[in-house]
Design a protein around this ligand. Structure first.
Ligand SMILES: NC(=O)c1ccc[n+]([C@@H]2O[C@H](COP(=O)([O-])OP(=O)(O)OC[C@H]3O[C@@H](n4cnc5c(N)ncnc54)[C@H](OP(=O)(O)O)[C@@H]3O)[C@@H](O)[C@H]2O)c1
Length: 267
C-alpha cells in the first residue's frame, strides 16, 4: 500500500521526510528519467489568467520544490517559460540539506527561439538555458549566443532519441519536466515521459478556459498507474503516476491495455 496521509507538512521534519520519499522514482527504468510535474484543478484546468501559480497550495509548492531539488535538469516549454516568467532555479530552504550541490539548470525547449525568450534568458543572468530543436534556424541560435545565452542544439534524428541524448550529454539522470500542456501532449505521445507528479488543487474552475492538463492535435490514450497518493489538512490531492509505454488510438469502447500493471501488482 503506497498511500500515506501526513498530518501536517509545514515545518514538520517527519512529514517532509515522508514527502521526499514519496517522490523517489520507481526502481528500474531508463538511464535518463523524465518526470513531469504539473498541477491542475479537479476539472483539469492548469492556468488561471494564463498562469498556474493561482492554483498552487503550500503542499504543492513543497512537491514542486522537492522535484527541483531532486533534479539534475529542469526542462520546460518556451510557452510556459514566457507565460510564467521563468528565471534560474533555486533550491528551497525546506530541501536545501537534501541537495548539497547547486540548483539545476533550467532548459527551455524551443523551435523558433523568439527574441522575447532570448531577452528573458539574458535578464535571468545564467541558469536559464536554451534547448533548440535541430530545425531551429541557425541565425536564431547565433543571435542567442551573441547575446550571451547558452544554447544547446538538439542532435538530428528522431526527437525522442535526440532529447535523451542531449540530456545524457548534460549528465542528467533525473529531469523535472514542468510542462506545459502542449509539450506534455507531445512527450506523452512519443513515450518521453516516465512519470507524472500531479497535484490536484482543491477546487473546480467553473467555466475555466484551460489550457487543460494535456493538449494535442490527435487524441491518444496513455495507460498509467498510480504509485503514490496523499492529501493534507488544507485539501488537495498529491499523486505520482508511472506512465505506460504505448499510447493507443482513441476509438471503440475498449479500455487501454493495463495487463502490464496487473502483472506487476500481482508480483
Ligand atoms: N498547471 C501546470 O502545471 C502548468 C504547467 C506548465 C504550464 N502551464 C500553463 O500552460 C500555458 C503554457 O503552456 P503551452 O502548452 O502553451 O506551452 P508549452 O508546452 O510550455 O510550450 C510550447 C512550446 O514549446 C516549444 N516546443 C514544442 N515542441 C517542441 C519540440 N519538439 N522541440 C522544441 N521545442 C518545442 C515550442 O516553442 P517555440 O514556440 O518557442 O518554438 C512551443 O511553442 C501557460 O498558461 C502556463 O501557465 C501550467
Amino acid at each position: 500500500m503506497h498511500s500515506t496521509r501526513p498530518a501536517v507538512f509545514d515545518d514538520d521534519p517527519a512529514a517532509l521526510h515522508v514527502l521526499w520519499h514519496a517522490l523517489v522514482p520507481e526502481p528500474g527504468g531508463p538511464d535518463v528519467r523524465i518526470r513531469a510535474v504539473m498541477i491542475s484543478s479537479v476539472d483539469g484546468t492548469t492556468a488561471v489568467d494564463g498562469r498556474s501559480r493561482p492554483l498552487g497550495t503550500p503542499t504543492d509548492r513543497l512537491v514542486y520544490d522537492a522535484m527541483r531539488a531532486r533534479a539534475d535538469v529542469v526542462l520546460v516549454g518556451s510557452g510556459t517559460a514566457l507565460a510564467e516568467g521563468y528565471g534560474p532555479a533555486r533550491i528551497a530552504s525546506a530541501w536545501a540539506d537534501r541537495r548539497p550541490r547547486p540548483a539545476p539548470p533550467v532548459l527551455v525547449l524551443t523551435r523558433s527561439l523568439p527574441g522575447e525568450l532570448i531577452a528573458q534568458c539574458c535578464s535571468a543572468g545564467g541558469g536559464l538555458e536554451i534547448a533548440a530543436a535541430a530545425t531551429t534556424p541557425r541565425e536564431r541560435v547565433d543571435a542567442a549566443r551573441e547575446a550571451g545565452v547558452t544554447v544547446h542544439v538538439m542532435p538530428d534524428g528522431p526527437y525522442t532519441e535526440a532529447l535523451r541524448t542531449l540530456l545524457r550529454d548534460l549528465g542528467a539522470r533525473e529531469v523535472a519536466f514542468e510542462g506545459g500542456p502542449r509539450l506534455l501532449g507531445e512527450f506523452l505521445t512519443q513515450g518521453l515521459v516516465d512519470e507524472l507528479v500531479l497535484s490536484l488543487a482543491p477546487e473546480i474552475v467553473v467555466g475555466g478556459r484551460g489550457p487543460w492538463l494535456v493538449t494535442a492535435d490527435e487524441p491518444r490514450r496513455v495507460p498509467m498507474r498510480v504509485a503514490t497518493a496523499f492529501t493534507c489538512p488544507r485539501g488537495g490531492l498529491y499523486t505520482r503516476w508511472v506512465v505506460g509505454r504505448a499510447p493507443t488510438d482513441v476509438g471503440g469502447t475498449g479500455s487501454v491495455d493495463r495487463a502490464d500493471w496487473a502483472d506487476e501488482a500481482n508480483g
